[in-house]
Design a protein around this ligand. Structure first.
Ligand code: PLP
Length: 407
C-alpha cells in the first residue's frame, strides 16, 4: 500500500514499542522488571471508578458538547484557578480524550508550515513528531544536567526569533523529572511578549512536585492570553486508560480546538467526564497518597542508582522519572550509547528502561548518555531492578558478547 506523503514525517512514542517488546518477552516466559512506561502502577481510586459505574447506569452514554460537559468545564476552571492563581472561566476549557489531543490540536490550530517551534530536548517525543508532521521548523531547546535539567535562559534567548510562533515548556519534565525555576518562566514570559509567540505549557505533572511549589507560566501578566495549559487526569489520578485531559486557553482558540474535536473525536466519553469531575471534587486522599509514595520511591531509586558504579543521578524535583547520566557505564561496558545500554539491560538483565533516542533528536555536540527510569513501580520492583543493574553493569565481558551478537 502507499501511505500519504505526510505520514513519512510523523514520529511516534517509542515507549510504546519498548512496552510491546517487554510484553513479548514476558509472553515467552522471561521475567522483566519494567521502568519503561510512564504510568502510575496504582489502580484508579475507588470513588472515581464508582462514579463512572453510576454514570453508565444513569445514561451518560451519549455525545456531549465537543468542548466538554459544562459542569466539568466549571470544575476544571475553578481547580486551575485555585492551583495557579489565575482567573479562567469555564469557556476557556476544552475537555479532550487524554491530554495528548491538547498538544495535537493546539499545535495544529496555532502553527503554520515553516513557523519555528521551540521545544524541550530531551523531551516528550510527541512534540517533535507533531512539529515535523505539520511542516514547522523544530528548534530544540537543550535541557542540561548543569541546570538541574531545566534550560539555560541565555541559550533560549539565542533561539528565539521573529519566526518563533510557539514555545513548549514541560515542567515537571518528562523524561528528566526536572522543574523549570520561576525566574526562567518569568524570562520566557518576557520573551513571549517581546517576540509575540504562544506558549504551550505542558503541566500534566503539576500535582507531582516534591520539592517546592508548582509554578505555572500563567501567573505572569499577559500570559493567559498567549498560553495553552495542558493538564489531565492520567498521572495525578492513575487514569491513563480512561483518556481524560483538558486544555485552558483564550476563548477564541477554544473555538478552533473544539472544532478540531468535532472533526476528530466528537467529544470525550461522557461517563469518563463524570468520573473526571468526581476525581477533582471528591476526596483527594488517594491522589495525595500516590504522590507521597512516588516521593519515597524517588529517594529510593536515586540513592540506589548512585550506589551503582558508573551511574550518576540527580534528584529531580517532580514527575516520576529519573534521568541518570550513564556515560561512564556505557564506557565501562564497551557499549556505544544509551540505546545499546537499553538493549543490553532489557535482553541480558531483564530490566526495561528508555535510552536518550526515545526523547527527540540529539544535538551534534551532545556527548553524554542518559536513560530514563519511570519509578512508577513498587519498592520490591525497584530493589530487584537495582540488583540486576548492579550485576549487569559490572559484567563487561557479557556486555561485549551481547553487543557483538547484535552485529
Ligand atoms: N505530556 C507529557 C509530558 C506526558 O509525559 C504525557 C504522557 O506520558 C502526556 C502529555 C500525555 O498524557 P495523556 O496520556 O493524558 O494523553
Amino acid at each position: 500500500m502507499k501511505y500519504s506523503k505526510r505520514m513519512s514525517s510523523l514520529g511516534t512514542e517509542t515507549a510504546f514499542e519498548v512496552l510491546a517488546q517487554v510484553n513479548a518477552l514476558k509472553a515467552e516466559g522471561r521475567d522483566i522488571v519494567s521502568f519503561s512506561i510512564g504510568e502510575p502502577d496504582f489502580d484508579t481510586p475507588e470513588n472515581i471508578r464508582e462514579a463512572a459505574k453510576k454514570a453508565l447506569d444513569e445514561g451518560y452514554t451519549h455525545y456531549t458538547p465537543s468542548a466538554g460537559m459544562q459542569d466539568l468545564r466549571e470544575v476544571l476552571a475553578r481547580e486551575v484557578n485555585r492551583t495557579r492563581g489565575t482567573s479562567y472561566a469555564p469557556e476557556n476549557v476544552v475537555v479532550t480524550p487524554g491530554a495528548k489531543p491538547v498538544m495535537f490540536f493546539g499545535i495544529l490550530a496555532l502553527v503554520d508550515e515553516g513557523d519555528e517551534v521551540i521545544y524541550p530536548n530531551p523531551g516528550f517525543p510527541i512534540y517533535e513528531s507533531m512539529i515535523d508532521f505539520i511542516g514547522a521548523k523544530p528548534v530544540p531547546l537543550p535541557l542540561e544536567e548543569a541546570h538541574a535539567f531545566s534550560f539555560d535562559v541565555e541559550k533560549l534567548e539565542a533561539l528565539v526569533s521573529p519566526r518563533t510562533q510557539l514555545l513548549i515548556i514541560n515542567s515537571p519534565q518528562n523524561p528528566t523529572g526536572g522543574v523549570v525555576p520561576k525566574e526562567s518562566l518569568q524570562r520566557v514570559a518576557e520573551l513571549a511578549e517581546e517576540f509575540d509567540f504562544w506558549v504551550l505549557s505542558d503541566e500534566i505533572y503539576s500535582r507531582l512536585v516534591y520539592d517546592g511549589m508548582f509554578q505555572s507560566i500563567t501567573q505572569f501578566d499577559g500570559m493567559k492570553e498567549r498560553t495553552v495549559i495542558l493538564d489531565g487526569h492520567s498521572k495525578t489520578f492513575a487514569m491513563t486508560g480512561w483518556r481524560l485531559g483538558y486544555g485552558l486557553m483564550p476563548v477564541k482558540l477554544v473555538e478552533g480546538v473544539a472544532r478540531l474535536m468535532t472533526n476528530c473525536n466528537s467529544c470525550t466519553a461522557a461517563f469518563t467526564q463524570v468520573a473526571g469531575k468526581e476525581a477533582i471534587t471528591g476526596p483527594q486522599d488517594d491522589a495525595e497518597g500516590m504522590k507521597q509514595t512516588f516521593h519515597e520511591r524517588r529517594d529510593l531509586i536515586v540513592e540506589g542508582l548512585n550506589a551503582v558504579d558508573g551511574f550518576n543521578c540527580l534528584k529531580p524535583a517532580g514527575a516520576f522519572y529519573v534521568w541518570p547520566n550513564v556515560t561512564e557505564v556505557c564506557a565501562n561496558l564497551g557499549l556505544p550509547d544509551s540505546k545499546a545500554l537499553q538493549e543490553y539491560l532489557l535482553f541480558e538483565a531483564g530490566v526495561a528502561v528508555l535510552g536518550r533516542q526515545c526523547f527527540g533528536r540529539r544535538a551534534d555536540n551532545e556527548d553524554q548518555e542518559y536513560v530514563r527510569f519511570s519509578y512508577a513501580a513498587s519498592t520490591e520492583v525497584i530493589n530487584e531492578g537495582l540488583r540486576r543493574i548492579e550485576e549487569a553493569g559490572a559484567d563487561r565481558e557479557r556486555a561485549e558478547r551481547f553487543w557483538k551478537s547484535q552485529g
